[in-house]
Write a protein that binds this ligand. Structure first.
Ligand code: AMP
Length: 225
């Protein structure tokens, strides 16, 4: 089963994709995480992308498409994958279709998280992740059960993303409206889009996603291998 999570930054794509990863045993592929790892590694490519990411801009389609092609060919994607943060432009959506078609594969469902944009800056500005396992937390909505200790791996170290500053969030939301939202008609025309209310609490959103996937399976658009 090949899934895409779509929605503006802060909509909860990463949180929900991680849960589906655990539940269905297919990997979450976050292009943002891949690019941050590249930047962290300090490679030539990493230095190039860091400058763009820190300003909230979009990294070039060529870089992303090459990175993703290499990623979906790895054995852990044999039963499917969950894309989080890709595609972000119509060019990427079309290139993704072509890349999957050449592998006799396709996208099975697109989960669109609908959120009130006014709430997003607040959501994004409060979020942080465990530095060791990447589990996401939030100052107000999702704190670790024991303060300062990751629920999943017990680490005491947490990080905040450089591009989660309020000023950068405005640029990222503009990029979503301008470049990513126009992808929707492409997937709606294929009947793949499931609208999910992303403003509810995390568990309610999770249930809505499970319901959408069950419906897609019943309709035969999603097949689990
Ligand atoms: P994210 O973690 O998905 O919010 O991505 C963080 C940043 O990585 C974005 O603001 C972009 O600069 C870059 N990025 C991630 N995915 C893509 C993509 N599909 N196309 C272009 N840039 C991307």
């Amino acid at each position: 089963m090949n899934l895409i999570f779509l929605g503006p930054p802060g909509a909860g794509k990463g949180t929900q994709a991680k849960r589906i990863e655990t539940l269905h045993g297919i990997p979450q592929i976050s292009t943002g995480d891949m690019l941050r790892a590249e930047a962290q590694a300090g490679t030539a490519l990493g230095q190039q992308v860091r400058a763009i990411m820190d300003l909230g801009g979009l990294v070039s389609d060529e870089i992303l498409i090459a990175m993703l092609g290499e990623r979906v060919d790895r054995p852990d994607c044999a039963r499917g994958f969950i894309l989080d943060g890709f595609p972000r432009t119509t060019v990427q959506a079309e290139a993704l279709d072509a890349m999957l078609a050449s592998r006799r594969s396709r996208i099975d469902a697109v989960l669109l998280l609908l959120v009130d944009e006014a709430a997003l800056t607040e959501r994004i500005a409060g979020r942080y992740t465990c530095a060791r396992c990447g589990t996401g937390y939030h100052d107000h909505y999702k704190q670790p059960r024991v303060p300062g200790v990751c629920d999943v791996c017990g680490s005491h170290e947490f990080t905040r993303r450089a591009d989660d500053r309020r000023e950068t969030v405005v640029t990222r939301l503009d990029a979503y409206r301008q470049d990513t939202a126009p992808i929707l008609p492409f997937y709606r025309a294929k009947g793949l889009v499931h609208d999910i209310d992303g403003m509810a609490d995390i568990d309610t959103v999770s249930r809505a996603i499970d319901h959408a996937l069950a419906q897609a399976k019943a309709a035969g658009t999603v097949t689990e291998s």
